[in-house]
Design a protein around this ligand. Structure first.
Ligand code: SAM
Ligand code: SF4
Length: 358
C-alpha cells in the first residue's frame, strides 16, 4: 500500500546518531549495534498472536488468522532466546501480543525472565484478565504494566474495542496499583471521529488516579487496512489541548528512558504527567533501541519491517547460543534508519501489530 503524505506533514525521523551508515563489518562482540550506530537494549516479546478483543485499529472483527499451536514458541524457548539477548546487552523486556494474558503459563514465563536478570520487565495488556492476575504477576517478578483502554465512555469503548468491558479494565488498573506494579501507564490510541474528544477526560483521569496516560498516534498496522492519515490525531494537538487546561512542561529523561517512544509532559501543579507517542508525525527512529520477537520465533528490527529473522530452528543446533546470537546481530545490523511510512514507496508490513507485538 502506498501512503499519500499530503494531508499531515510527517516529519523526518529524528536522528541523533550518524545518518550515514557506519563503514565496515558487523561486529561479532560488544553491544547490539546497527549500522547507524544505534545500540539495542530493549526487547518486545509477543508471546501469543491471539486476543480476546478485536480493537478496530488492530484486528478485523471476524476471521482473524492465528498460528497453529505447534508454531508458537514454548515458554522455555522464549526464555532461552531472551537469555541470549540479555548476554548481547538487552536490559529491558516487555511482554506483549496479541493479548499476553490469554497465554497459559504467563506467570511462569515472567518468573523465568525475572531469573535472567533484566533491569526492567514489563507488560502491555488490554487489562481484561489483569484484575485477578495482578498479584501473581507481581510476585513472579513483573515490575510494571501498560494497560490499553481507548475510551472512558462505555459505549465508545465497546465500539472501539468491539468486545470487552470498560469496568473490568478500570478495576484492573486499580488492582495493578494496589499490588505495586509501578508506574502504571494507560495507552490510548487516538483516532479522529472516534475518541479525540476524550483527551481532557483522559488527562483528568490520569491526574486523579496517579497513572500516566499515553496518547498514541494511529499507525498503519491495522489488519483491516482502515488506517488513513486523516484519522491521525497529531501529538502536538494533544499537548496543546491539555496545556490550555492544565499547563505542563516537557520532561527530559536520561539513560534507558531517553529512547522511550513517548515524550513526557509534567503538570505544573504537581499532579503527575502524561505522554504522547508521535510515531507518525514526529518519528523517534533516531533514538530507537527496540527489537521484537514474534510469537513464532522471528526477530524484527522495526514494527514496520517487512523482513524478519527466524531463530527457532537454530535453538536445536549444537552451538545454538552462538547461532542465535549471530542471527540477532545480523537482524539488528540490517535495520533501516527510519520506519519509512512517509516515503512514497512505503509498503505495509505483512504482519499486523497483533502478530508482531506492539
Ligand atoms: N493486547 C495488548 C493491548 O492491547 O494492550 C497488547 C498488544 S497491543 C498490539 C499493544 C499496543 O499497541 C496497545 O497499546 C494498542 O493500543 C497498540 N496498537 C495496536 N494497534 C495500533 C495501531 N494501529 N496504531 C497504534 N497503536 C496500536
Ligand atoms: Fe487485542 Fe491488543 Fe490488538 Fe486490541 S490492541 S485487538 S487488545 S492485541
Amino acid at each position: 500500500m502506498i501512503i499519500n503524505s499530503s494531508i499531515i506533514r510527517l516529519n523526518e525521523p529524528k536522528v541523533r546518531h550518524s545518518n550515514k551508515p557506519a563503514a565496515g563489518e558487523m561486529p561479532n562482540s560488544g553491544p547490539l549495534i546497527d549500522r547507524w550506530g544505534r545500540i539495542h537494549s530493549d526487547l518486545r516479546i509477543s508471546i501469543t498472536d491471539r486476543c480476546n478483543l478485536r480493537c478496530v485499529y488492530c484486528m478485523p472483527e471476524e476471521g482473524v488468522p492465528t498460528l497453529a499451536r505447534q508454531d508458537v514458541l514454548k515458554l522455555e524457548e522464549i526464555a532461552e532466546i531472551a537469555s541470549i539477548s540479555f548476554d548481547l546487552g538487552v536490559k529491558s523486556v516487555r511482554i506483549t501480543g496479541g493479548e499476553p494474558l490469554v497465554r497459559k503459563g504467563v506467570e511462569t514465563l515472567i518468573s523465568m525472565l525475572n531469573d535472567v536478570g533484566f533491569e526492567d520487565l514489563s507488560m502491555t495488556t488490554n487489562g481484561m484478565y489483569l484484575e485477578s492476575m495482578a498479584e501473581k504477576l507481581k510476585s513472579a517478578g513483573l515490575k510494571r504494566v501498560n494497560i490499553s483502554i481507548d475510551s472512558l465512555d462505555e459505549q465508545k469503548f465497546a465500539s472501539i474495542r468491539r468486545r470487552g468491558d470498560l469496568a473490568k479494565v478500570l478495576n484492573a488498573i486499580r488492582a495493578a496499583k494496589s499490588v505495586g506494579l509501578s508506574p502504571i501507564k494507560v495507552n490510548v490510541v487516538l483516532m479522529k471521529g472516534q475518541n479525540e474528544n476524550e483527551i481532557l477526560d483522559f488527562a483528568r483521569y490520569g491526574r486523579e488516579n496517579g497513572v500516566i496516560v499515553r496518547f498514541i498516534e494511529f499507525m498503519p498496522l491495522d489488519a483491516s487496512g482502515q488506517w488513513s492519515q486523516e484519522k491521525i490525531v497529531p501529538a502536538d494537538s494533544v499537548v496543546e489541548t491539555i496545556n490550555e487546561c492544565w499547563p505542563t512542561v516537557p520532561v527530559f529523561s536520561e539513560g534507558l528512558a531517553n529512547s522511550a517512544p513517548a515524550k513526557t509532559y509534567r503538570y505544573l501543579d504537581g499532579k503527575g504527567e502524561f505522554g504522547v507517542v508521535a510515531s507518525m508525525t514526529a518519528p523517534f527512529c533516531g533514538d530507537c533501541n527496540r527489537l521484537r520477537l514474534t510469537s513464532d520465533g522471528a526477530f524484527r528490527n522495526c514494527l514496520f519491517s517487512i523482513e524478519e529473522t527466524h531463530v527457532r530452528q537454530l535453538l536445536s543446533a549444537p552451538d545454538s547460543r552462538k547461532q542465535v546470537e549471530r542471527a540477532i546481530r545480523e537482524c539488528v545490523w540490517g535495520k533501516k534508519m527510519g520506519h519509512g511510512t512517509d516515503e512514497p514507496g512505503f509498503v505495509r508490513p505483512n504482519r499486523t501489530i497483533s502478530m508482531v507485538g506492539g
